[in-house]
Design a protein around this ligand. Structure first.
Ligand SMILES: Cc1cc2nc3c(=O)[nH]c(=O)nc-3n(C[C@H](O)[C@H](O)[C@H](O)COP(=O)(O)OP(=O)(O)OC[C@H]3O[C@@H](n4cnc5c(N)ncnc54)[C@H](O)[C@@H]3O)c2cc1C
Length: 483
């Protein structure tokens, strides 16, 4: 049995701790905040007694995550709540495009692309587990089902704009695909931007896009219970600035798991980072930041298309061309005038989230460039642009708002130091950093510092709540312990 310290109690640090505790090691987790969960924490943000997700909300990959399934988090209180319609993409002056948890229903409702949509997703929907294994594995060893994965990996490598323009003709289908692909947080003209459109679309049309019942923090709480049941300790309100402070059972740990991003690792004291590794980490690039706005409403959102009352997630950006332009602006030093707004109505699936007034909540965020730094005026104007996008597809929305809670990039980073510059996925996800994250290495989890491992979203497979960087980081540490 080894003594293991884990720095950071987001979903990845907690997953690493859970895997190591289940394997019989003595684990202590150190968390800077007063509560565990990192960017999956939930709170009453607007003061009306509701439960808002401060960070992550929508968990299509989390609900299918191989490590969450293996850890049987449902036994520790995690429950997934499914909205009637997983995803809606409203369009001006016409019915919204909807993604149902069923391929045939989604395709049948599209204007002219029923066959094309089935041709694109038909072969993929039955292969979601294979796809997830490939997507959520480190680069090496090569995926187990390499031959079966090749088709999907080939499609995923394409720029989403090119795939959507060649495969789909109708504006509704193109916009639906573009919105899903934007979960890559990449401009749609870039290589591999199709990946998320392919994987999240296929998962959604088979398993839906659920929320965690009672708030996303339920994921972290389930992991926390599991860790404690296996003898682990979690110390909240304990920010680590110097690794020499860290003890497990009163002694120096054999292994330290850092669920931190490269910039944070480089600020830590108490260990020597070789100059070459330091230089490589310093080259790591963060992505655009986000502005996060939570709305409390007196009544349900007055969507022009009334079917949207039952939608869990909504992509608010209009046509595929508008969505693409918004993301380009966020990556090229600009502030999109009409941003790509990701919105969620968790309380459509989970009434326990609603404010005590009986009103509703709307979770939103949108990306913007933080290259030139953001003053409060820019943040306020951008929060207004987010609100305008909701109003565009739900006239009268503004009149229903009883409270707003806005967090810009600086507030997000103050809330969770891993959200560097408001980047919510632990570093840009372009081709290079998707493959080599944070540095090119056969084992990116292992650092050159003996016994120190990385397990945050800055290592493969990257951002989102699925715990897989935690699993792979823990596996690397166990290989090292075994010599
Ligand atoms: C606004 C927003 C929306 C998102 N939406 C989604 C979504 O819908 N679906 C999805 O799957 N993902 C979403 N994400 C991304 C997802 O939340 C992250 O990818 C995920 O939380 C990363 O997990 P992590 O454990 O690597 O880091 P984090 O969750 O960021 O946790 C890191 C933890 O480390 C702690 N810490 C940092 N420094 C120290 C230190 N020195 N000492 C001790 N503790 C420290 C922090 O306090 C924090 O608790 C969203 C994120 C945000 C912010």
């Amino acid at each position: 049995m080894a003594r293991i310290s884990v720095v950071g109690a987001g979903p990845n640090g907690l997953t690493a701790a859970a895997v190591l505790a289940v394997a019989g090691h003595e684990v202590t987790v150190f968390e800077a905040a007063e509560e565990i969960g990192g960017a999956t924490r939930s709170a009453d943000l607007t003061g009306g007694g509701g439960i808002s997700d401060i960070g992550s909300a929508v968990h299509p990959i989390g609900a299918q995550s191989p490590v969450f399934k293996a850890l049987e988090l449902e036994r520790y209180g995690l429950e997934w709540a499914h909205p009637e319609i997983p995803l809606a993409h409203p369009l001006d002056g016409r019915p919204a495009a909807l993604m149902h948890a069923d391929l045939a229903t989604t395709a049948a409702e599209l204007d002219v692309d029923e066959r094309a949509w089935k041709a694109l997703y038909g072969p993929l929907v039955p292969e979601t587990q294979t796809m997830l294994e490939s997507l959520l594995s480190p680069l090496l060893p090569l995926p187990k089902h390499l031959m079966r994965s090749l088709g999907f990996l080939g499609l995923s490598g394409l720029p989403a704009a090119a795939l959507q323009a060649s495969a789909l003709r109708g504006e509704d289908a193109r916009a639906l695909f573009a919105g899903i692909a934007l979960h890559s947080a990449l401009p749609l003209e870039r290589l591999i931007s199709s990946g998320f459109g392919i994987v999240l679309g296929a998962i959604g049309q088979r398993h839906g896009w659920p929320f965690a019942r009672g708030g996303s923090q339920a994921i972290a709480r389930a992991l926390g219970r599991l860790i404690e049941e296996h003898g682990g300790t979690i110390r909240t309100g304990h920010r680590i600035t110097d690794l020499r402070e860290v003890t497990v059972g009163g002694e120096r740990p054999d292994v330290t798991m850092l669920s931190l991003t490269p910039a944070q690792l480089l600020r830590l004291e108490g260990f020597d980072v070789p100059e070459g590794y330091r230089r490589r980490l310093a080259r790591f690039r963060y992505g655009p930041g986000v502005v996060r706005v939570e709305f409390e409403l007196s009544e349900p959102v007055p969507w022009s298309d009334p079917r949207l009352a039952g939608a869990g997630t909504l992509h608010l950006c209009g046509t595929a061309a508008e969505c693409a332009a918004a993301e380009r602006a966020a990556h090229s030093g600009g502030i999109p005038e009409r941003p790509f707004v990701l919105a969620a109505q968790q309380d459509a699936a989970d009434a326990s989230r609603r404010p005590s007034s009986g009103g509703r909540l709307l979770w939103t965020y949108a990306r913007l460039s933080t290259a030139s730094g953001l003053g409060p005026e820019v943040e306020t104007a951008f929060a207004g642009a987010i609100e305008d996008q909701v109003e565009r597809f739900a006239p009268g929305f503004r009149d229903t708002v009883v409270a707003r809670h806005v967090m810009g990039p600086a507030a997000l980073e103050a809330f969770d130091a891993n959200l560097v510059g408001g980047d919510i996925i632990g570093g840009a996800m372009g081709l290079r950093q998707q493959l080599f994250r944070p540095v090119a290495s056969l084992d990116p989890y292992r650092t050159p510092m003996p016994g120190v491992f990385l397990c945050s979203s800055s290592v493969p497979p990257g951002g989102a709540v699925h715990g897989m960087p935690g699993l792979h980081g823990a596996a690397s540490a166990m290989r090292w312990l075994e010599g």
